[in-house]
Design a binder for this molecule. Structure first.
Ligand SMILES: NC(=O)c1ccc[n+]([C@@H]2O[C@H](COP(=O)([O-])OP(=O)(O)OC[C@H]3O[C@@H](n4cnc5c(N)ncnc54)[C@H](OP(=O)(O)O)[C@@H]3O)[C@@H](O)[C@H]2O)c1
Length: 272
């Protein structure tokens, strides 16, 4: 009853466990997954305990992290809910954190009843490095002490933002490290088409994106002021930005985020 237990041993669990171990987290970590191969890999790499039996994993949990894909949450919680109804899981409430995009606190609460205090968390695989960001939303009634515990856990992996749940889908669509990789792929790809060797295109694109953002973070100037400083009126950068804007750069991003928000918000219900 004292372990951090992950249900689902896939990509995000591997990144979270790697990040926790990197920061010296020595607490007991148990991972349950239906693939023995994934459990063995996590055991070997991070010294976690793999648990093939779902209910044994749940019984050992001080904090339960739901890390299966959204479509799999329903079935998993129904299995646990049935065990609770049958009295096969201990009586006192425990804390669960769902990482599943688009599965609401209301749905999670309904699935396991008053036995569980729920939070939602949205980290990214960057938490592996200890420099990530995690958004948290707490269900009503989550005791303050438990909120602090969850904040402290994710704070080991980078910054933490507590946001209202209604902002979660937009946050989820916005906060993906894939945006950085995608922007770099497009920028370097275009430079390559215009004649730069791939290695140089990637170096120039990576520095342009990463250095610009690092500089914005490091000092108090606004984004507008930094754009103005970097793009001399009538110069190359100003012409590049104007052409990008005229061809729908902002519109493409807005449409992309809308599609992401719609996708994140497709699973509001967990059947009970
Ligand atoms: N990946 C990310 O960057 C990221 C970031 C933030 C949040 N999330 C959220 O985290 C969750 C997991 O994402 P992921 O990318 O880590 O997914 P994933 O790589 O597919 O990992 C999920 C694992 O759970 C297993 N699983 C599913 N249902 C199970 C069950 N009933 N019993 C035992 N094992 C079961 C899956 O097995 P099968 O492959 O056989 O289904 C898979 O091994 C999602 O809800 C996602 O929205 C992901």
């Amino acid at each position: 009853m004292s372990a951090l237990v992950f249900l689902g041993g896939g990509r995000i669990t591997a990144a979270l466990v790697a990040g926790l171990r990197r920061t010296g987290y020595r607490g007991a970590v148990i991972v349950h997954d239906r693939h023995a191969r994934k459990l063995r890999r996590l055991e070997n790499e991070f010294g976690i305990t793999g648990e093939a039996d779902l209910m044994s994993a749940v019984r050992a949990a001080r904090t339960l992290v739901i890390a299966v894909r959204p479509a799999a949450v329903d079935k998993l919680l129904r299995q646990i809910g049935n065990e609770i109804k049958l009295g096969r899981i201990r009586k006192e409430p425990f804390v669960s954190v769902s990482l599943a995009a688009g599965v609401t606190l209301a749905a999670l609460r309904t699935a396991l009843g008053s036995r569980t205090h729920w939070a939602r968390a949205m980290p990214s695989p960057v938490c592996r490095t200890g420099h990530g960001l995690t958004a948290l939303a707490f269900d009503r009634g989550m005791p303050r002490g438990k909120q602090k515990e969850i904040r402290r856990l994710f704070a080991r992996l980078g910054d933490v933002l507590v946001i209202p749940e209604k902002q979660f889908d937009v946050f989820t669509a916005t906060y993906s490290s894939s945006h950085g990789y995608h922007a770099l792929a497009e920028l370097a790809g275009a430079a390559e088409k215009l004649g730069l060797p791939r290695k140089i295109a990637l170096a120039a694109g990576a520095h342009a994106l990463a250095d610009g953002i690092a500089s914005w973070r490091a000092q108090p100037k606004s984004l507008g002021a930094l754009i103005e400083e970097a793009a001399t009126p009538g110069g190359t950068a100003a012409a590049t930005i104007a052409a990008m804007d005229a061809h729908g750069y902002g519109r493409a991003i807005l449409r992309g985020l809308r599609a992401g928000v719609a996708r994140a918000g497709t699973r509001k219900k967990v059947r009970t």
